[in-house]
Design a protein around this ligand. Structure first.
Ligand code: GTP
Ligand code: MG
Length: 195
């Protein structure tokens, strides 16, 4: 499920460019460089369907991918990139708000958090936006391959504590590594199970 028939549909910079809302949709949000595009590649089993980069802020548009005929996977531009000019950040925040509150087919937002870093203030800001938009969000820990078991537990505890303050938070955390494939099948199953 979700594998093998993935395609890039389009990159969007404004609400009027969104593809028709004709199927279920999930989006991937998170700080620059957290691994959103890598996760989409891992989920679809296509190594380079979403462009990844060492340069934070590489993904500037809202990129739509299909996974089979049933879902859109939506790669959002990363936030919290210190070097981005203020007008760029403001334009992005307006578009993100419009997207999150105006997309009827959006079933869940996956909020990616680097397992080494935990939830930062910029993540909490997005969580508040998701609460306001009443979009259920689920935290996906990324880059689990980069740290050991005790550091993982520490981050999980910090994330759980932060989530307790957010009405739109889905309580189950997903631990992943796009590098090793850990947790990818689990996340695929979660997406496939959304109705
Ligand atoms: P922006 O588009 O800039 O917001 O970044 P992004 O969130 O899409 O991150 P991207 O997928 O481009 O990954 C950023 C860097 O982290 C790349 O060098 C990836 O190879 C690396 N990376 C992503 N996921 C993992 C992972 O699970 N493990 C390891 N070790 N590296 C990862
Ligand atoms: Mg990206």
């Amino acid at each position: 499920l979700l594998t093998g028939q993935a395609d890039f549909i389009k990159g969007v910079v404004a609400m009027d460019g969104l593809p028709p809302a004709d199927r279920m949709e999930v989006c991937f949000a998170g700080r620059s460089n957290v691994g959103k595009s890598s996760l989409i590649n891992a989920l679809t089993g296509r190594r380079a369907i979403a462009r990844t980069s060492n340069t934070p802020g590489r993904t500037q548009e809202i990129n739509f991918f299909t996974a089979g005929d049933s879902h859109y996977l939506v790669d959002l531009p990363g936030y919290g990139f210190a070097k981005a000019p203020v007008p760029v950040v403001e334009k992005w925040q307006r578009l993100l708000k419009a997207y999150l509150s105006g997309r009827a087919t959006l079933r869940r937002a996956f909020l990616l958090v680097d397992m080494r870093h935990g939830v930062k203030e910029v993540d909490a800001e997005i969580m508040r936006m998701l609460d306001t938009s009443a979009v259920t969000f689920q935290v996906v820990l990324t880059k689990a391959d980069k740290i050991g078991a005790s550091a993982r537990e520490k981050t999980l505890a910090q994330v759980r504590e932060k989530l307790s303050k957010h009405a739109a938070a889905y309580p189950e955390l997903v631990v992943t590594s796009s590098e090793t494939g850990d947790g990818i099948a689990n996340l695929r199953a979660i997406i496939a199970g959304l109705t």
